[in-house]
Structures are given as C-alpha cells and as structure tokens.
Design a protein around this ligand. Structure first.
Ligand SMILES: Cc1cc2nc3c(=O)[nH]c(=O)nc-3n(C[C@H](O)[C@H](O)[C@H](O)COP(=O)(O)O)c2cc1C
Length: 380
C-alpha cells in the first residue's frame, strides 16, 4: 500500500505538480511552502494520514547515532526550514531526524532577492540566501512553545538546530564571530538534542571566516567552554582541497565535536552551464560525488571518532547507500525533496533496505563504511 501510494505520488509530483511549480519563481515556491505548510500542519489528521502514506518503516532502518535511536538514517539538511515553521509537514514525509536553521544570533535579512535559481538540467538549485532568518531568540521561543504545546504529531522527531554567524553590517573580527556563535549556543542550550555549527555558508559578506584551523580552534575552544548540554556537529565546506579539509577534521577531533555533516553548497560553478550573472552556490547533483568522497576520506581518517552525515545530491536509494558504504552513519537531503517530491524520503528508505540486504547486511547501519577502503580522486 505504502509503496504504491509513494509511487503514485511521485508520478503526480513529477508529471503534475513539478511542471507547474517549476514555472513559478523558486523564491515564491519556497515562501508558499512555508506559509501553506504552516496552515496545513494544524490539521493533524491530514498530517497523520500523509505520514502513514509517505513514511517507510522497517526494523532494518533503525539507526543509533548520538545516543538516539532514529527510525531511519535519513535527515532533512539545513536550510529548508530556517525558523522551525513546518516540523509537522517535514516529519510526515518520513525523515528520521530534521535539521532546522541556519539561525543566527541577530535577526538577519540575508542577501537581496532573488535567493534561488533553478538549474533543472543539472538537478541543482543555486542558493544565495545569505542566512536570512528570524534570529535565535525567535527560534528558542518557538522550540519552548512546541515543547509545551506542540502536537506530538510534529514534536516526536529528534532534531538539530543549525547555527551560523550573523551575516550583517555589524560583522567584525574573529573574536566578534566567536561571540556571535556562542550567543546562539547559549540561547539554545537544552532546547534540542543536537547543535550544528555551520562554518561553511558560502553566501556571506565575510566569507567562511572559520574554515581556517586557527579560527576554528578559537571557535571550538569557546564552544567547549560554553558547555551546552547538546552534542555538537560541524557543517563542513565542500570545496577545500583534501589536506586543508583534513586539517579542519583534526581540529574538530581536538574538541568536543561529536560529528560532521559533509557538505555545504559547492562554490565551483565551472562544472555546470549557467548565467554568470546569477549569484549563489550549487546544491544537488554537483555536490553528490564530491561529498561522498569527502565522507570516504574522513571516515578513513577519523574512523568512528566522529559520526558522519553525508549530504549532497541524494535523490535515490543508491545515492544514499553510496554515502553510507563510504562511511556515513546518517544521510541528509534538501534538493532531493525539491526535485523528486515529498515521497522521496520513503522511497529512499525502502531502497536502502533492499540494497543493504542484497549486500548481506541485516541492518542498514551494518553497511556503514563497508566500501570506504578505496579512496578515489576528488571528483571535479
Ligand atoms: C534552499 C536551500 C537553503 C540552504 N540553506 C542552508 C543553511 O541555511 N545552512 C546550511 O548549513 N546549509 C544550507 N543549505 C545547504 C544544504 O544544507 C546542503 O548542504 C546542500 O544543499 C547540499 O545538499 P542537497 O544537494 O541535498 O541540497 C541550503 C540548501 C538549499 C537548497
């Protein structure tokens, strides 16, 4: 029943809905998704019915990570729901966990619009949001409200809050940046199981100020000292040469970092055909092989000292399984939802079980790192 429903919904999305919404500007589609999703999730029987149709449950998918038992290893990556507006809708798609944010210490307007541009042939979204969000205090209040009054239909999933440095005219030196992150860490203390430190947003005025080992060490020293109750995850850049990337992993290993999410948007736009006037960085297919290879190399380097989440271009079960066998315990997606529709999560989950079982694994988690031993050259 679920498989047929997901397959029918995928057909409806790709042949009916997508051609219509892909004629609309992607900024508007994103805004409408948040507005209408916020209303729709209040009708809890509809959300429950959607989840029953979309989510794929199987004991082989249950994944242990960060001391949590997740119903599956698939999570929403940061960026789609910055202010925790539609947790009910997102949960209904069948994810095992959700990432909200990125959120910043001050309210942030982000870059001037447009924020998004589609590259349908490349299955990629060009993103130039610049961390627009309602600020950490608003998100903290929202989380407290959900914990006190939220429907269990959309507060059941474990979640991560992604924190970034505020992107505005007040941005100062590294010390100011450290203080900015720590302000957000303190504001969210105790309100989520995990905090993701986004050090790799490529769309900001000051660039990626914390992707040098020295600056990252200062940031993580301050976060260690703040001692939040949450586990800490780092959101890594996708465009560093391996040696520079490995240096950042080594800094993470010296601190209270439990995991890495690999990786953020791709800055190198030479691999796609696009109008040079369009601002932003690439999601989706252009990040796929690059992030899988970063997972593989990081897993070989750090072993099980860090929990890895592979993110970038995951549209089907094979893409997710490649990241798992390269060493990712968790797999996240954002663009997959946009290009394949809401049934994609359940479809990937079902395909993951089949792929793991075909390789002789009882549980998908048993396949983690099973093909990590042959590092290839970083794809261009
Ligand atoms: C619409 C959109 C907004 C994003 N915003 C953020 C963000 O706020 N913080 C962040 O760490 N990454 C952000 N990202 C990057 C994604 O989390 C992810 O790293 C990247 O898109 C690759 O995954 P994908 O191919 O599944 O989209 C955003 C991506 C998209 C498509």
């Amino acid at each position: 029943m679920g498989t047929m429903a997901r397959s029918a919904l995928t057909t409806v999305y790709t042949r009916g809905v997508k051609p219509v919404i892909f004629r609309m500007h992607p900024d508007r589609v994103h805004d409408d998704m948040i507005t209408y999703g916020s209303w729709a999730q209040r009708v809890t029987p509809v959300v429950a019915a959607a989840e029953a149709l979309l989510a794929y449950e199987h004991p082989a998918l249950v994944t242990e990570a960060y001391g949590l038992a997740l119903r599956n290893p698939l999570g929403l990556g940061a960026g789609l729901d910055k202010n925790v507006a539609i947790p009910g809708i997102l949960q209904a798609t069948g994810f095992g966990f959700l990432t909200f944010g990125s959120v910043t210490s001050r309210v942030c307007d982000g870059n001037p619009r447009p924020w998004f541009h589609r590259l349908p042939a490349e299955e990629s979204l060009v993103v130039h949001v610049g961390l627009a969000n309602g600020g950490v205090e608003r998100v903290a209040a929202r989380l407290r409200d959900l914990a006190a009054h939220g429907s269990p239909r959309y507060t059941a999933l474990p979640f991560t809050i992604s924190i970034a440095r505020t992107n505005d005219g007040l941005t100062g030196d590294v010390a100011e940046g450290v203080e900015d992150y720590v302000t957000s860490v303190r504001a969210l203390d105790g309100l989520s199981p995990l905090i993701e430190l986004n050090i790799s947003c490529p769309n900001t005025m000051v660039g990626e100020a914390f992707t040098s080992p020295e600056a990252l060490d200062r940031l993580l020293t301050a976060v260690d000292a703040a001692a939040p109750s949450q586990r800490i995850v780092l959101k890594m850049p996708s465009d560093k040469p391996w040696e520079a990337f490995r240096d950042l992993v080594d800094v993470a290993l010296d601190h209270r970092v439990d995991g890495l999410t690999l990786a953020n948007l791709r800055k190198d736009r030479d691999t796609v055909t696009m109008d040079p006037a369009v601002k932003g960085n690439l999601s989706g297919r252009p990040v796929r092989d690059l992030s899988t290879e970063l997972v593989r190399r990081t897993y070989l380097h750090a072993g099980d000292r860090l929990t890895l989440a592979g993110l970038g271009g995951v549209f089907d079960g094979r893409h997710a399984y490649d990241k798992i066998t390269a060493g990712a315990t968790l797999v996240e997606l954002v663009s997959g939802l946009i290009f394949r529709g809401p049934a994609v999560v359940g479809t990937i989950a079902r395909e993951l079980v089949a792929l793991a079982q075909a390789d002789g694994f009882d549980r998908v988690q048993d396949a983690v790192g099973s093909r990590a031993d042959v590092p290839a050259a970083l794809p261009s």
